[in-house]
Design a protein around this ligand. Sequence first.
Ligand SMILES: Nc1nc2c(ncn2[C@@H]2O[C@H](COP(=O)(O)OP(=O)(O)O)[C@@H](O)[C@H]2O)c(=O)[nH]1
Ligand SMILES: [Mg+2]
Length: 281
Amino acid sequence: MATQRHRWITLPDSRSKRRSHALVTYVLDQARSDFQARYPNVRFGPVVGLLAAYQEEDNIGDVLKSMPTLLGDLEVTTLVVVDGGSDNTAQVSLDAGVFTCVLPVNLGQGAALRLGYELASAHGAHYVVTLDADGQNDPGEMGDLLQPILDDTSDFVIASRRLGTDQTTDLFRRAGVRFYASTLNAIAGQRLTDSSNGYRAFRIDVLDDIVSHLVQDQYQTSEVVITASSRGWRISQVPTMWHPRASGTSKKGGNLVFGFNYARAILTTWARVTLGNRTRR
Ligand SMILES: Nc1nc2c(ncn2[C@@H]2O[C@H](COP(=O)(O)OP(=O)(O)O)[C@@H](O)[C@H]2O)c(=O)[nH]1
Ligand SMILES: [Mg+2]
């Protein structure tokens, strides 16, 4: 307990920072080589459906069953990135016969997605669609998300529960979705209604361009939007369905914890992008 309190009032020294960086690098390398050994010389389809999953053994099976295998004439590969956890999420995913990358410890949704973006790009994907493993997004809508990119009117598309249908009843969370969308729009010069939605489609060159700029390990949705926007990529939105979680609770904490961390991610990303642009000038 004393150590925990100590952490709040002091900044980590550079040695502990270096040590934690080295450990994260080790964990990621471990996951990369496990993936390589499990799927040697794999080539993904042009569309990768990417799910980050943590403690979702009761939910992910049904989501994986609903994943499309073809969108028009584009083959869809499903890739799940599981990091740590004490349940059978990874095994359920492996049993479903989809590509599964397993990190030995929990690094967070943002870190898992970054590894997923990297694997998708390395194994030949042209497009990546991210969605949640808890049943909140409908895999049947993947084609709608991808269409503006296929039409070449967008580079990056975000699902919107506000333009579509929100079947959840948490009014506080709804107010948060509105508030953070307007904050982010003001910062990034966008007109998005649901910038925290994790159901997103990207052309692969957007991900190749932004991935090295992403650092948020958990509350990552705003960082991706601000970064892509600052680099001039065209972002749009499409109406989709937002279901209640199939079971269990959010891994991001209750509304206040979520709200605080989300705001912090917006502000730190904004500062980094703004200062970075100033230094480049
Ligand atoms: N790999 C991984 N996935 C995570 C982690 N935290 C959340 N997720 C996944 O990210 C998705 C969204 O997370 P969730 O907790 O439902 O957040 P919310 O819908 O924004 O409240 C789900 O598929 C989770 O399983 C994590 O630490 N690691
Ligand atoms: Mg969720």
